[in-house]
Design a binder for this molecule. Structure first.
Ligand SMILES: C[S@@+](CC[C@H](N)C(=O)[O-])C[C@H]1O[C@@H](n2cnc3c(N)ncnc32)[C@H](O)[C@@H]1O
Length: 228
């Protein structure tokens, strides 16, 4: 597929409903390739949850499909979805409740521009932070908030994994992503595809390093950040 996978997210016109459960076509397509990457970075060695279970916090869960797809593959990891849009909490909640491995917590209403302490998280306490397709569809303050929170609330040496379209050295490729970026800016001048070089600088300010860049289908990338 050469067209950006995120066009479906930009319009929100392709979403479908199953009861109150939302299905984003793009999430349906990208959840399996992302899972393959997560399997390289998430340690899961038992079948059950306990007080010491690692916590995986998703920022901007959208429909809830991603955590629903990932959680059964890591039964000893506790997944905490979150969203700033309260209209999406119902869908995420249904996915969480229906999870066969019962390791998805109920979603929390969370704006990543706030410190995660506002939502009860302690500094150096989170094992994984995951964020897909938010940075380009939100003002840059949200990206800043994401990195500041990762730098503060991840445990030392823990990972933040981000997914979406990114430019490199100020260059967006291919043409479909250039067009997508134009359409984002038409919708909101504060939106737009973020450049990996800027993100690396932001990461350095927040005690994080980019340790892997993985090319994904539909001209997206997964970026893996590690807290120093
Ligand atoms: C394109 S959707 C991606 C949803 C999901 N992560 C996925 O990949 O299917 C972008 C999401 O970012 C969320 N978002 C925007 N601003 C946010 C903020 N300040 N804090 C948390 N989430 C935010 C929106 O509510 C929206 O659900």
């Amino acid at each position: 597929m050469s067209k950006s996978d995120d066009v479906g997210y930009a319009s929100y016109q392709n979403e479908s409903f199953k009861g109150e459960k939302l299905i984003y076509p793009a999430a349906s397509r990208n959840k399996e390739p992302i899972l393959h990457v997560l399997k390289r970075f998430i340690i899961s060695d038992t079948d059950t949850l306990n007080d010491e279970s690692p916590i995986f916090v998703e920022i901007a869960s959208g429909s809830g499909q991603h955590v629903a797809h990932f959680a059964p593959h890591f039964p000893d990891v506790k997944f905490q979805p979150s969203e700033v849009d309260e209209n999406l909490l119902g869908s995420i909640s249904i996915y969480a409740t229906n999870c066969p491995t019962k390791n998805i917590l109920q979603p929390i209403l969370l704006d990543v521009r706030n410190n995660l302490s506002c939502y009860g998280f302690e500094e150096n306490s989170i094992d994984y932070i995951y964020n897909a397709n938010m940075m380009h569809i939100s003002p840059y303050e949200c990206t800043i908030g994401l990195f500041e929170n990762a730098g503060t609330y991840l445990k030392p040496e823990a990972f933040m994994i981000t997914y979406g379209p990114y430019s490199k050295d100020g260059v967006i490729t291919p043409q479909s992503n250039i067009d997508f970026n134009i359409s984002l800016k038409q919708r909101n001048p504060l939106w737009g595809i973020r450049d990996i070089n800027d993100l690396v600088k932001l990461a350095e300010l927040n005690n994080l390093s980019l340790i892997d860049t993985i090319e994904m289908p539909a001209n997206n990338k997964t970026l893996v950040w590690k807290k120093n």
